[in-house]
Design a protein around this ligand. Structure first.
Ligand SMILES: Nc1nc2c(ncn2[C@@H]2O[C@H](COP(=O)(O)OP(=O)(O)O)[C@@H](O)[C@H]2O)c(=O)[nH]1
Ligand SMILES: [Mg+2]
Length: 327
């Protein structure tokens, strides 16, 4: 096939060895051209990527290349494997959706905010089900204290409270990535904003979690008016369920950098050989995310020794893997 048949589309779903591309209202089931497999993880398409592809039939295609990304959100090394996981690309806003009941977790909001900030997207905390809560102000202030980069809104999708405040995020051309536990009210929120049933919702049984509809894979949905929404299963649902709900796993990359400073008591201030400052200068670490870590770190000093131990262990393991060619 010649290049004149090449088209551009957007990845809406990533499956095991294939991809779904949306292009001009059509969907293609696509594979990658062979060259991808000689490249590193970052060059593989993720949900939200724009790609060049060649159709092979009515509904199948081969992806030729990934277009330049505006940004990419990645999960920090929480599996302690040293491998970054690329999640979604070309995201403007990360909606951190948490309901104002027992689902609320300060640390989880901080963890999602960290992912957004590092990727260059705006973190927007959406505190849902405010109709069920009578001390909303306290939660808003607490979330605002996480970082001055986080925007916060308390809403009720069912009673239509606070939805007007969110209109500014739904400008044509925008991509919003939803993050949060299942049952937090993500789908109900999007349906309330659009006034249509664009996403499936599910009943939550408060007594147990059976019957919950869980999104098992990321999916990009065109909700109309030029806005795309990416629904994610949430980090907790994809492998973090058994991990301490703390900040240690979110920032293990930073604690690893700290271990690389020339002086073990480096305050990352004026000391020579500071790995943190070098990483900020090179752009490897965003300054805002480092500030977020510091703010949270102050409240979590008791976790510090554990964080260091984990990062030391992960470094040793990486050395072992490198020596033995394990990737
Ligand atoms: N009281 C109340 N319930 C809500 C609100 N928004 C969603 N829910 C309920 O929460 C449950 C889960 O909602 P859903 O949108 O499917 O959550 P998702 O898994 O995050 O997409 C459903 O039973 C909704 O009716 C709200 O603003 N107030
Ligand atoms: Mg949902």
């Amino acid at each position: 096939m010649n290049s004149s048949q090449e088209k551009t589309g957007r990845i809406s779903e990533v499956r095991k060895n294939s991809y779904i591309i949306s292009s001009e209202g059509r969907e293609f089931l696509a594979t990658l051209r062979g060259r991808f497999y000689t490249e590193d993880a970052e060059s593989f398409p993720v949900v939200g990527d724009y790609v060049e592809f060649v159709p092979e039939s009515e509904d199948t295609a081969v992806i030729q290349s990934v277009c330049e990304r505006k940004n990419i959100l990645q999960r920090p090394d929480q599996a302690k494997t040293g491998v970054m996981q690329y999640m979604v690309a070309n995201v403007d806003y990360v909606f951190i959706v948490t309901s104002l009941n027992e689902d609320y977790s300060y640390n989880r909001i901080a963890r999602y905010a960290s992912v957004a900030i590092q990727g260059g997207a705006v973190p927007v905390a959406i505190l849902t089900k405010c109709d069920l809560c009578n001390n909303i102000g306290r939660y808003i202030r607490e979330v605002e204290s996480i970082s001055d980069k986080i925007r916060v809104h308390a809403i009720s999708a069912i009673y239509g409270i606070g939805l007007d405040e969110l209109k500014e995020y739904f400008e044509p051309g925008t991509t919003i990535c939803l993050m949060g536990s299942s049952g937090a009210g993500k789908s109900t929120l999007i349906n309330a904003i659009t006034g249509k049933e664009v996403m499936k919702t599910s009943e939550v049984r408060e007594s147990d979690s059976t019957g919950r509809h869980t999104t098992t894979h990321r999916q990009l949905i065109d909700i109309g008016n030029g806005v795309s929404v990416i629904d994610t299963p949430g980090m907790r649902e994809i492998g973090m369920a058994n991990m301490q709900d703390g900040i240690d796993d979110t920032f293990s990359d930073i604690t690893e950098l700290e271990n690389m400073c020339r002086f073990s008591n480096c305050r990352h201030d004026t000391e020579p050989g500071c790995a943190i400052k070098a990483a900020i200068e090179s752009g490897e670490l965003s300054e805002e995310r480092y500030m977020l870590y510091k703010n949270l770190g102050a409240e979590n000093t008791r976790n510090y020794a554990m964080k260091k131990a984990v990062s030391k262990w992960s470094k040793e393991r990486k050395k072992f893997n490198d020596r033995n060619n394990i990737f």
